[in-house]
Design a protein around this ligand. Structure first.
Ligand SMILES: Cc1cc2nc3c(=O)[nH]c(=O)nc-3n(C[C@H](O)[C@H](O)[C@H](O)COP(=O)(O)OP(=O)(O)OC[C@H]3O[C@@H](n4cnc5c(N)ncnc54)[C@H](O)[C@@H]3O)c2cc1C
Length: 425
């Protein structure tokens, strides 16, 4: 008899696993739509992605799936906003627009950066790369907004290629001219011409056996049965889960105390998305931008209408803002209050006037980013090792408990679905 594979969660990781199994799996999803953080929603004719923005996938497998959907290739040209100034991204080698005194402080900071024998945390890493002044003034402020904690509280495992480390020549060059080469970690960012980000994988997902509105509430790894909130159950021979690790542990019984305690220490940032549709085509700063001021609640803004005009009614435009919070740093406001702060900030930043706005929307993804607090890697290992012993394979951003992009989440499911077969990514 054929082995029965059950996949929990129909985000891009669950879809990647289902694809590798050629659809021979039952996929259970809590929500009434598949896609997870790569899904989208529509308000008054304006489409907004649920979290994801653009694809910079390099893996052959992912490209062979995503590239079947016609897409726009965007140049990764972003801006930074800080204390009334706009400057190209990344700021460290694009200070041209900043006041002269500020440029001098930044250049001196980078030239006088101290050497560390061993970097213990993200704050030390920032100071070692950029010097004290730059670290304090830019990335440490941004860290409070994006990670909702101090840089000194974070480990360094997640950084990899995400932050650009310029040479002194590049720093000097970027202070004297704005004609600097693009140094972003991806050369092209892709986005479907029609249908939002999810269109990249709808053509494979629509053929899969995805059972929506099935929220997992219990997992019996001895009897190999999953129970759902709606009263249904599913038995399995093999189980793959993209659910958040703490939620998998909470759904199981007789879990050792040490594992429960480790799962409770793991925590994410949540992201509240404030989405704004405009009455006309606005002159927006760039496809996306970073905001350092801490009194402005959002860390980043993205323009869905610049990703694709298909995201807005003809002759209109849109922006979406990410406001992060966590169990240690709650939202400053919710609902209408938050929208009001965002609209006021946009006015102060010179982006739009309150009267330009046609629609707004506020919604929250409880699981936004994995927080790499010091010791997280140990807690994650305790939980994942236990689940492995129980015969549960964990995949995706929340099952791997890692800072994965959508292509990496897809590949984690794809590779785990048929282990030991060797996959050329
Ligand atoms: C703000 C933001 C911006 C991002 N931008 C980009 C970007 O530009 N490019 C990029 O490549 N990546 C980006 N990412 C990362 C990308 O969105 C994720 O890596 C990817 O979507 C994760 O997919 P996943 O399937 O692992 O998790 P998810 O998308 O979270 O899917 C997990 C699924 O499991 C379901 N689930 C959870 N609990 C249960 C339960 N109890 N029972 C049943 N189902 C359950 C959820 O409903 C969900 O559908 C971004 C992420 C965020 C937060």
């Amino acid at each position: 008899m054929q082995e029965k594979v059950v996949i929990l969660g129909a985000g891009v990781a669950g879809i990647g696993a289902g694809y590798r199994l050629d659809g021979a799996a039952e996929i259970y999803e809590a929500r009434e739509r598949y896609g997870g953080l790569c899904d989208n929603f529509t308000v008054g004719g304006f489409r907004f992605d649920t979290a994801v923005h653009l694809s910079f996938a390099k893996e052959k497998v992912v490209r062979s799936v995503f590239d079947q959907t016609p897409y726009f290739g965007h140049k990764p040209i972003a801006q930074n906003y800080c204390d009334g100034y706009w400057a190209k991204h990344p700021l460290q080698n694009n200070t041209f627009n900043l006041p002269v005194e500020e440029k001098i402080r930044i250049i001196k900071s980078i030239m006088e950066r101290p050497a560390y024998d061993k970097v213990e945390d993200y704050e030390q890493w920032l100071i070692a790369q950029f010097g004290q002044y730059f670290a304090d003034r830019y990335p440490k402020r941004y860290t409070r907004k994006y990670w909702c904690c101090e840089a000194a509280d974070l480990s360094v495992e997640w950084i990899t290629s995400r932050m650009y480390l310029p040479s002194i020549d590049e720093v000097l060059h970027g202070a004297m001219t704005d004609e600097t080469p693009n140094t972003y970690y991806a050369e092209e960012m892709r986005y479907p011409k029609v249908g939002g980000y999810r269109a990249f994988f709808e053509h494979i997902a629509d053929k899969m056996d995805i059972r929506l509105s099935h929220r997992v509430i219990s997992i019996d790894s001895k009897k190999k049965i999953v129970g759902f909130e709606n009263g249904n159950t599913a038995d399995y021979d093999r189980l793959l889960s993209s659910m958040p690790l703490p939620e998998v542990i909470a759904a199981m019984e007789n879990v050792p105390e040490e594992v429960v305690a480790a799962s409770k220490r793991l925590y994410p940032t949540s992201v509240t998305l404030v989405s704004v549709g405009y009455k006309q085509v606005m002159d927006l700063p760039s496809l996306w931008f970073y905001v350092y001021n801490e009194e402005i609640p959002f860390a980043r803004g993205y323009s869905p209408s610049m990703k694709s005009p298909d995201n807005v009614p003809s002759g209109k435009s849109s922006l979406q803002f990410e406001i992060y919070h966590s169990r240690y740093k709650p939202l400053p406001q919710d609902g209408d209050g938050l929208t009001d702060i965002v609209i006021k900030s946009l006015d102060e930043m010179g982006i739009s006037k309150p009267n330009d706005v046609e629609v707004t929307d506020v919604r929250t993804a409880k699981y936004g980013n994995v927080v790499f607090y010091k010791g997280m890697e140990r807690d994650r290992k305790i939980v994942r090792d236990y689940l492995k012993e129980q015969g549960i394979t964990t995949i995706g951003r929340w099952g791997m408990w890692a800072y994965l992009w959508s292509n990496q989440a897809f590949m984690s499911g794809y590779k785990a679905a048929l282990p030991n077969t060797g996959v050329e990514a």
